[in-house]
Design a binder for this molecule. Structure first.
Ligand SMILES: NC(=O)c1ccc[n+]([C@@H]2O[C@H](COP(=O)([O-])OP(=O)(O)OC[C@H]3O[C@@H](n4cnc5c(N)ncnc54)[C@H](OP(=O)(O)O)[C@@H]3O)[C@@H](O)[C@H]2O)c1
Length: 338
């Protein structure tokens, strides 16, 4: 049995930890924060169209801190917390485990998070320590919520695109073959647990996913409105398209030819057309703002702005959105405990 450690037992973490456990091939250690007591006492209730229902699932181990999880090597260390790179970088959350990871070159780091460039911070940290552990990230097309800290609900479709990241500057030690076989192991485990997993070049998938977040999530958050509202007003509907066109131009400049070919300008209108004009959905960025929690501004917008600068693409709308959300974030962070 291989051991897997999953940090961040929220909606995404709970769903995929459950899928991994269902494979019956792994022992899943989970690190919880606010819901530690609830999970420890009653386990997790799962209500999932994809994975089925379970009234009370107990992970193999439920721990309170990353430090406590450093007692053994893991085949995968999965990060399923929000990507708050400006508040709590991934490497700082993983810090207690970095020595452990350094001693176990076969431990792969897996980031189940939205955004662009979310892998940079942990890859740079690993490189600076001389480690060449495989870094994988996953982009989830799913709508899942954790209610009361101990009931995960997933309705409708679920799809997880996973791929590995080549280290920046391509260090001589990176092995494409090793990264692919590590990725294959993870995909097989998740699939045998019932998840719908695709193995792909994850960068194109991440750009495709961030289109919605960089447009709908940001406009809904700044205006504190729902998806149906930003679609109802012609000016904000047009703004959604214009923002997505900026994202697409950066994406195409960053991606190799085959990836760029998947993201023509027409995708922006496809995204709008696919949305239900009556959707009362509130993006998680807005939900976080309303709850007074920091938002994923660096992952969702900052990453695009950074990449745009690197490739010399002008994105004036996104620059304004980024600046506005940084102001929102400033207030949230100053009044949060993080
Ligand atoms: N939910 C979805 O439908 C969905 C779909 C696609 C992609 N995503 C992406 O998936 C990622 C995770 O989202 P989510 O919806 O699962 O978020 P979430 O429900 O807020 O869960 C995040 C969990 O991580 C925990 N956490 C944060 N920092 C931690 C730390 N240092 N140590 C231990 N636990 C920690 C949080 O604990 P606390 O309760 O104490 O804050 C929370 O339980 C995000 O990048 C999101 O954008 C989500």
């Amino acid at each position: 049995m291989q051991d897997i450690c999953l940090i961040g037992f929220g909606a995404i973490g709970a769903l995929y930890a459950f899928a991994l456990d269902k494979s019956s091939q792994v022992r899943v250690t989970v690190v919880c924060r606010s819901n530690f007591d609830a999970i420890q006492a009653d386990g997790l209730e799962v209500i999932s169209e994809r994975l089925g229902d379970c009234t009370s699932w107990y992970p193999y181990r439920v721990l309170r801190t990353v430090q406590e999880a450093t007692d053994r090597p893991y085949s995968f260390v999965i990060c399923a917390f929000k990507s708050l790179l400006d508040v709590q970088p991934t490497a700082s959350i993983l810090a207690p485990m970095l020595d452990n990871i350094e001693r176990s070159p076969d431990t792969a780091i897996v980031l189940l998070q939205n955004g662009i460039g979310i892998e940079d911070d942990i890859q740079n940290t690993l490189t600076s320590r001389g480690c060449n552990n495989v870094v994988i990230s996953g982009c989830a097309w799913v709508d899942t919520t954790l209610i009361g800290g101990k009931t995960v609900v997933q309705r409708g479709k679920e799809r997880l695109v996973l791929g590995y990241h080549r280290p920046k500057g391509h260090t001589g030690q990176f092995s494409e073959e090793r990264a692919q076989s590590t990725l294959d192991v993870l995909c097989t485990l998740l699939r045998s647990g019932g998840a719908h997993v695709e193995s792909a070049s994850v960068d194109a998938a991440r750009w495709r996913k961030v289109l919605w977040n960089a447009s709908f999530s940001t406009l809904c958050t700044l205006s504190r409105t729902r998806v149906c509202d930003v679609l109802a007003v012609p000016q904000s509907r047009q703004a959604l398209v214009d923002i997505m066109l900026e994202v697409l131009s950066v994406a195409r400049a960053c991606l190799p030819e085959d990836g760029a070919a998947l993201l023509p300008d027409s995708v922006a209108q496809d995204v709008i057309n696919n949305e239900n004009p009556k959707s009362v959905f509130k993006p998680s960025m807005l939900v976080d703002l309303e709850a007074g929690r920091p938002i994923e501004v660096e992952a969702i917008v900052g990453g695009i702005v950074k990449r745009a600068k690197e490739v010399g693409v002008n994105i004036p709308r996104l620059e304004i959105i980024y600046a506005s959300l940084l102001l929102v974030q400033r207030t949230l962070v100053s009044s949060s405990s993080l």
